[in-house]
Ligand binder design. Sequence first.
Ligand code: SF4
Length: 384
Amino acid sequence: MREISVYIHFPWCQRKCPYCDFATQPGQSDSIPHEAYADQVIKELSWRSDDLRDQKLVSIFLGGGTPSLWAAPSIARVLKSIRSTFRHSADEVEVTVECNPISLRRDWLQEVADAGVNRASIGVQSTRDEDLRFLGRLHDSSRAAEAIQLGSSILDRVSADLMFGMPNQSTASLLDGIDQLIDLGVKHVSAYSLTVEPATRFGTLQRAGKLKLASEDEFATLFLKAREQFARRGFEHYEVSNYATAGETSRHNQHYWRGGTYLGLGAAAVGCLPQGPGQARRYRNVPTPRRYLEAGLHKELIEESNEDLSPQDLIREALMLGLRTQEGVNLDITERRAGVEVIRGRESSWERRVKSGDLVVANQVATVPRHRWLHLDSIVADLF
Ligand code: SF4
């Protein structure tokens, strides 16, 4: 039976962070149309799910934006609707909600946990106030610690986001931050390097020569030191930017990295649904909440764009996502899905990378060894 994950995008944040290019817009809790947004997500679900009801639901992820601003009863309605749409479900469907430390409240978390949320992903970013001020975040380090403690007191599974590469961030402070998160009880950490996107305030500052970030060598050192520290604390590096203790990997993200079917709902959400052997259709919804809310059941107004993925698109996507993981790319599954051999059209680069040790193929699974992950981008680009 085919498995499916559902992603719901909640597009409001209290304030835009200067490095963020996600589809979000400023909104305070009392100005957000909580129920109307839930209504529209449920309408979109009913439209999109006609051919999907026999698939097995494995995970739901509420991302954003800041879903911890969304009223708990609205979230509960959406979750109930998703659960009743699919005829089959995994024994334990992983239901994650992204939370911003500044807006996370005990009564809200208890209410969404009662509605089925069983995992929180908390946007800590740093345990140092200096970094948080630089990142334009509304919380400070003590608020971040309180959020993790609160999350762990209600949910068994708590993940934290951590960034590295900020100015004046020493290796020691990053390692100290990792220790603090683990001591507070997180079992999963997404550790990202700070990247500057052109259409952000940081992008403008960088073009004006007013933003100093870590150099490539410094990023590499932080990445490697972080990995050593996570290993010392019993965390497995299971994807380039993700670490987890045993059994705590993100099932939702793994489904996505394995090339699984995912249904995206909400403004700016992206989804990818199979269309028969060797084909899939990827769509992107309109980016602004206003247009999304006004679309009603006019399907052509909900989607901003879509594209049919060819067998080679499917293979490129499988390589791009799967080679970032310790698990790698299962060649049999990918070939069944795409209808062509993975190696076809890339024989010489494939052979070169295998010879150099950048790519290891064993039992029909291709992986990039962890010690080569710093060079992943060039390895994957070569295989495209
Ligand atoms: S809170 Fe998160 S999603 Fe919202 S603007 Fe900041 S980084 Fe972006």
